[in-house]
Design a protein around this ligand. Structure first.
Ligand code: SF4
Ligand code: SF4
Length: 69
């Protein structure tokens, strides 16, 4: 069963600092310089660790249904 929710970063508020990427236990986050954090929904387990460390508070845990709206 896939997890109920996964993390999504708001591209307009992400500072590309990489804190979320370092915190993620699943290696689900990619951050490119000058760009924003992208979460691989296949790897994310919805633990919320990335959202806790994000300095701009731009990561939200969303259900898969919400993410596709
Ligand atoms: S919710 Fe957990 S598994 Fe998913 S991207 Fe954030 S730290 Fe990684
Ligand atoms: S911790 Fe927040 S601001 Fe930093 S790269 Fe991740 S989503 Fe962007």
């Amino acid at each position: 069963m896939p997890p109920k929710s996964y993390a999504q970063a708001d591209s307009t508020r992400c500072a590309s600092c990489g804190a979320c990427k370092h915190e993620c236990p699943k290696g689900a986050i990619s951050v490119w310089k000058g760009c924003y954090a992208v979460v691989d929904p296949e790897l994310c387990v919805g633990c919320g660790q990335c959202a806790k460390v994000c300095p701009t508070g731009c990561i939200e845990l969303k259900t898969r249904e919400e993410a596709h709206q």
